[in-house]
Design a protein around this ligand. Structure first.
Ligand SMILES: [Zn+2]
Length: 175
C-alpha cells in the first residue's frame, strides 16, 4: 500500500446533522470544535468518532484528525490504558519489525489524510505515532474511522473491547 506523493484524496465521511451536533455536544460536555464529519458510529447509531479540521475555527492547529466521542468507548479505553498496556505496546515496537512497520504506515496514512484536507507544515500526528504508544483513544478512533488493518494498536484495542463485551448498553443496536 505505497502512497504516491500528492495522490491521496481525503476520505469522504457522512456530513454532520444538527442532531449529531447536539449529541456530540452532550458526549463531550461542550460544543464540538472544528467538527468536519462523523467518521464512525456505534451500532446504535450515535457518533463514536468525529473527524476534526486540522485548524479550528479560530485558526488554532488541531493535529488530532479523529477524535473518540462515545462516552462508553472513552471510559472502556481509559480502563485499558490504566492497566499499563501502552508501555508494553511501546516495548513491542522495539522487538517486532513487522509491527513497527505497520505502525509507521499508520502514522503516514494519518498524516496523508490530514494533509489532504489542510497541511499543518509538520509531521506530528497523534497518540505517540510513529515510535511510541501514548493514547489508545486516538488509535481506536483511527481504526473505527478507517477500518481494520490501518492502525495495529487501534485494531488491538477494538479486539479487547469486543472481548470485554462491547457493544453494550447505549452502544448496542436496539432493533
Ligand atoms: Zn457508543
Amino acid at each position: 500500500m505505497e502512497q504516491r506523493d500528492g495522490g491521496v484524496s481525503p476520505i469522504e465521511f457522512e456530513p454532520v446533522t444538527d442532531t449529531d451536533r447536539e449529541v456530540i455536544a452532550r458526549q463531550l460536555g461542550r460544543p464540538p470544535r472544528g467538527l468536519r464529519a462523523v467518521a464512525a458510529r456505534c451500532p446504535s447509531g450515535h457518533p463514536a468518532v468525529v473527524q476534526t479540521s486540522p485548524r479550528l475555527e479560530n485558526g488554532t492547529p488541531f493535529p488530532t484528525l479523529y477524535y473518540l466521542t462515545c462516552p462508553t468507548l472513552c471510559s472502556m479505553v481509559g480502563t485499558l490504558e490504566a492497566s499499563g498496556v501502552m508501555r508494553e505496546m511501546t516495548a513491542r515496537l522495539d522487538e517486532d519489525d513487522d509491527l513497527a512497520t505497520a505502525y509507521r504506515r499508520a502514522h503516514e496514512s494519518y498524516l496523508a489524510q490530514r494533509d489532504a484536507i489542510e497541511p499543518l507544515g509538520h509531521q506530528v500526528t497523534a497518540g505517540g505515532m510513529p515510535t511510541r504508544v501514548k493514547c489508545l483513544h486516538v488509535h481506536l478512533a483511527h481504526t473505527l474511522a478507517c477500518g481494520d488493518g490501518v492502525n495495529p494498536f487501534g485494531d488491538e484495542t477494538l479486539r479487547w473491547l469486543r472481548a470485554e463485551g462491547w457493544p453494550m448498553g447505549e452502544c448496542m443496536r436496539s432493533a
